[in-house]
Every structure is written in C-alpha cells, then in structure tokens.
Design a protein around this ligand. Structure first.
Ligand code: ADP
Length: 163
C-alpha cells in the first residue's frame, strides 16, 4: 500500500480566518493528513496567545477528521522532516503573495529537496482576506461575522473591549 501523504500548513493564524479554513478544507480533501502548524517565534507580536490561537483553530477544524494542530519553534523544514511530511501547503491569494512565497518555497527546496511546496487558491470571495484586516475591522467595531468563526468573532470582541 502506498505511504500516507502528510502535509503541513504553517502560519501565524492570528487569528484563523475563513480564508485559512478554506485552504485547510481543500488540503484535507487532497492529502491523507494535514498538520496546521503555528509558528512560535516570528518578529510579529501576535494579538492572541498560542493557547488562544490553538483553541480557535481546533474549534474551526475539528469537523475535518484528518486535520491536527501543532505549534513549532525554529526552522519549518526541520519540523516537516520530523513529521515525515512530504508537502508544505501555502495559500495564494494574489500576485502580491507570489514573490515572497516563491522565495520561501525555493529556499525550503534547497534545504530539503524531498519536500514540495503546494500552493492552493481559496474561493475568490476570500482572496482579499487576511488576519490583519480582520483585526482592524474588529478593533473599530466592524462586523467580522462573514470572515471568521463565531468563536473568533467573540474572542475579537473580548480583546478589543477589554482595552
Ligand atoms: P503568515 O504570517 O505566514 O503569512 P498567515 O497565518 O497569515 O501566516 O498565513 C498562513 C498561510 O495562509 C499563508 O500561506 C497565507 O498566504 C495563507 N492565507 C492567509 N489568508 C488567506 C486567505 N484569505 N486565502 C488563502 N490563503 C490565505
């Protein structure tokens, strides 16, 4: 029998949006296992703690039986090797994503030629969506219900009314 194809989907997920969920669903239909992988480091300071992000991702992806969630620290390619993943998934929304993604994919291929980056496009209604825009809208009391899950919308409201 052929080996199961394990894929990892790395990101910051601060917080997870419908765009991320769209990509996760597509990946879960293609690959045997998808590990949503949350980066610990990052020069970015996240709005949500790791625990909060994990909880929101779990809530969104628990309907997909072959999707799990893990955090990672350090070099992504080393995490992929450790997990025996053959594929790194990235979402492509617009041409503007391409240059950075292309560079990263090439570097990862140089570091480990057995692992391929696969780009997936979301439904076009999510192509303008990213976590930063969602946070900006929520900060000024805009309605984000179409862009995130109910739990994420509630958590955003909590964050921004606390301050
Ligand atoms: P990063 O900080 O690495 O960009 P993100 O969590 O913002 O992390 O994104 C993780 C991945 O999900 C990236 O490949 C990004 O292009 C993709 N992504 C983010 N938002 C969307 C969206 N609305 N549609 C499709 N892909 C997306």
């Amino acid at each position: 029998m052929k080996n199961k194809i394990i894929s990892i989907y790395p990101g910051t997920f601060d917080p997870i949006t419908m765009g991320h969920i769209d990509i996760i669903e597509r990946a879960s239909n293609i690959f045997d296992h998808v590990i949503v992988t949350i980066a610990i480091n990052q020069s970015k300071t996240p709005l949500f703690s790791m625990e909060e992000r994990i909880k929101m991702i779990h809530d969104a992806v628990d309907i997909f039986p072959n999707v799990t969630v893990e955090e990672f620290d350090g070099l992504l390619i080393n995490f992929a090797i450790k997990k025996k993943a053959k594929v790194i998934i990235r979402g492509l929304r617009a041409i503007s994503d391409f240059e950075y993604e292309f560079q990263m994919a090439l570097m990862n291929k140089k570091l480990c030629s057995d692992i391929s980056t696969v780009f997936l496009m979301p439904n076009e209604k999510y192509t303008y969506l990213n976590s930063t825009i969602v946070k900006d809208v929520a900060k000024f009391n805009g309605n984000v219900d179409n862009f995130v899950t109910k739990l994420v919308a509630d958590e955003l409201t909590k964050k921004f009314t606390k301050k």
